[in-house]
Design a protein around this ligand. Sequence first.
Ligand code: PRP
Ligand code: MN
Ligand code: MG
Length: 187
Amino acid sequence: TTWHSSDIDHVIVSEEQIREKTADLAKQVAADHADAESILLVGVLKGAVMFMADFARALGRVGPPVEMEFMAVTSYGQGTTSSGVVRILKDLDRDIAGRHVIVVEDIVDSGLTLSWLLKYLESRSAAQVDVVALLRKPDALRVSIPVRYVGFDIPNEFVVGYGLDYAERYRDLPFVGVLKPSVYGRG
Ligand code: PRP
Ligand code: MN
Ligand code: MG
């Protein structure tokens, strides 16, 4: 146990659950895109970095050739609730016109980040845009965002690990968990 995993109150999704679910999701995506020449994954930095790396490898084993792009956007800043403002910190490097795009997200919470991103990718003339998200919170169901592939529906608690941060920490934990309340006062 490292100093920071002792900040975790309880685990929500274990490392093994993540691994199994990632393989399942890759099989679903591969089956649905069996006739695609290639799939362009767009990972949403920074939170999706772990899931992107594992999902791309899982999909590459069972599906069409995979290409990887990254965008960095942020809506949360330092806090635990969405600021309501999405900023592009890093844009796409390449033209995505006519491509089959799958947005790879770690979590959909308010849905603000994704709804903004989907509009943006459509404005860049992608042929088809699907979303794979490892985690989804209940609020996401209240907005009409087509998240075609979802790993786990989780309770409305602030979670960290496997890419997800609190004030940039805990992204390196291999599981997803809930922080002890005492941690919030510290920052
Ligand atoms: C987090 C998370 C998602 C988004 C989900 O990113 O990684 O991208 O918030 O929240 P929403 O559905 O309410 O928009 P964050 O803005 O914290 O940036 P990060 O990925 O760099 O941590
Ligand atoms: Mn994010
Ligand atoms: Mg964050």
